[in-house]
Design a protein around this ligand. Structure first.
Ligand code: BGC
Length: 469
């Protein structure tokens, strides 16, 4: 007798029960938010270059250029330009946060604005950022401020960016000035956004500036960004001594780490090994460095780094987790990464083809709980042009957060990416991540609610927050 049907059935049941755990029924959905602890930060996230508009940095240069084969760096060939013009429309952004009932907002500082030339400090720009943080606090919205989110001043890029060790000195000096200028209004800091993504996109895949395909440089840059975090943390701790919100801590410092769940395409040794390798490099090397104070990076056949970094251990008060999706991995020895990532047909995906997989968030929360510091989900979201699927995305992912909390994981906040439609790097403006859509062609960059706004409001109310009418 063949056991096949039985096997198929049990696989099917396993698959259903698997996903069902993160698909709450209508009654449980209505309660999402009630299980979040008091003081939980529920907000949204943006970065300077993606929403401010009017910047001049290595990305604005990159946006105008092309790959050697003539194809544009930005898919829709539309440069970041004025973006959502948040530089001039911060009031509209705050208004949107109030509509959501959010009690936190993560925004980025643009290094190129603050220090347009080496050692030249733009006090006016710093003052504007300080006012933003102040305005937020007065509205009961905790600011979480990112120092570095992918973009470099042209002068830093021209000196070789993160490949040049001198960039560390420059970044540390910038961090010191930021601490002095904004420390009175900001306690919660994110030093560096996604060192792993930056290194891979810019130095392995070569699809972001500086467009290199060089595994040695990739590892060197990743190493440097981890040290940059440690140096910035040191400056912030030393120079931001004002406890702006009176909670007994003048600083709470973290970095934002991007994690992607990797699933072996098959049970073969080859796919399993490729998956483990990809996971170790991409998902674990940064958290491990933070845990041990030692950077260990290994790219088989290319390079390996193993060194202790002063001040790295105990440099974080929270761990920032950016989570979006799961990828399947097949070994591919012809590829520089020795693996190919894909999403099998038939999976529920977002507009960029990334699988919608809330369970991955739950699994990473469990995994990184071992770091022993609270976790803030500093990014999670989906590009959804229609806006119709984002409410369920929000619900299932916050449900996964509640499930993790119920298992004892210390999750301190959730920041949805994004408040408003943003410039999505190489994808340009085609990918729509905003809870509020932005009409880029209207003179006032009109913000319009998407259906997920009311889903967010329900969760906020369940947490005890009050969305504005
Ligand atoms: C980045 C954001 C980006 C988002 C969505 C994250 O990797 O930090 O800048 O917009 O993913 O792709």
């Amino acid at each position: 007798m063949s056991h096949r049907p039985l096997l198929l059935l049990s696989l099917l049941v396993a698959a259903c029960s698997d996903s069902a755990r993160f698909e709450p029924d209508a009654a449980r959905t209505a309660l999402i938010g009630t299980q979040l602890p008091r003081g939980f930060l529920l907000g949204t996230s943006t970065s300077s270059h993606q929403v401010e508009g009017g910047n001049t940095n290595d990305w604005t240069r990159w946006e105008r250029e092309r790959f050697p084969d003539g194809s544009p760096h930005i898919k829709d060939e539309r440069p970041s330009g004025e973006a959502a013009d948040s530089w001039n429309r911060f009031d509209a952004d705050v208004r949107s946060m109030q509509v959501l009932g959010a009690n936190a907002y993560r925004f980025g500082l643009e290094w190129s604005r603050l220090e347009p030339a080496p050692g030249v400090w733009n006090a006016e720009a710093a003052e504007r950022y300080r006012q933003w943080a102040r305005t937020l606090r007065l509205q009961g919205i905790t600011p979480l401020v990112t120092l570095y989110h992918f973009t470099l001043p042209l002068w830093v890029s021209d000196m070789g960016g993160w490949e040049n060790p001198a960039t560390l000195e420059a970044f540390e000096a910038y961090a010191a000035r930021v601490a002095e200028a904004l420390g009175g209004e900001v306690d919660l800091w994110c030093t560096v956004n996604e060192p792993n993504v930056y290194a891979v996109q810019g130095y392995l895949d070569g699809i972001w500036p500086p467009g290199k395909k060089d595994t040695k440089a990739m590892a060197a840059v990743l190493d440097r960004l981890i040290e940059a975090h440690a140096r910035a943390a040191r400056q912030l701790r030393a120079l931001d001594t004002v406890d702006a919100d009176g909670d007994g801590h003048a600083t709470r410092i973290g970095l934002a780490h991007h994690a992607r769940l990797f699933q072996a395409a098959s049970g073969s040794m080859a796919d399993t090994a490729a998956t483990a390798l990809t996971d170790a490099f991409f998902n674990n090397s940064v958290p491990e460095a933070l845990r041990t104070g030692r950077i260990r990076l290994s790219v088989p056949g290319s390079t390996s780094i193993d060194r202790e970094v002063e001040g790295l251990k105990d440099s974080i008060d929270y761990f920032g987790l950016n989570y979006y999706t799961r990828d399947y991995i097949r070994q591919d020895l012809g590829d520089a990464a020795l693996a190919r990532q894909y999403t099998p047909k038939g999976k529920g995906v977002n507009d960029l083809g990334w699988e919608l997989y809330p369970e991955g968030l739950f699994l990473f929360l469990q995994r990184y709980a071992t770091l022993g510091v609270p976790i803030l989900i500093t990014e999670n979201g989906m590009p959804d042009r229609s806006g119709e699927r984002r409410p369920r995305f929000l619900q299932t992912h916050l449900y996964a957060v509640e499930e993790a909390l119920a298992e004892g994981v210390n999750v301190g906040g959730y920041f949805h990416w994004s408040l408003i439609d943003n410039f999505e790097w190489a994808e340009g403006y085609e990918a729509k991540f905003g809870l509020f859509a932005v009409d880029l062609d209207s003179p006032d960059k009109r913000r319009t609610e998407t259906p997920a706004v009311s889903a967010f409001q329900d969760i906020a109310r369940n947490l005890g927050l009050t969305p504005s009418p």
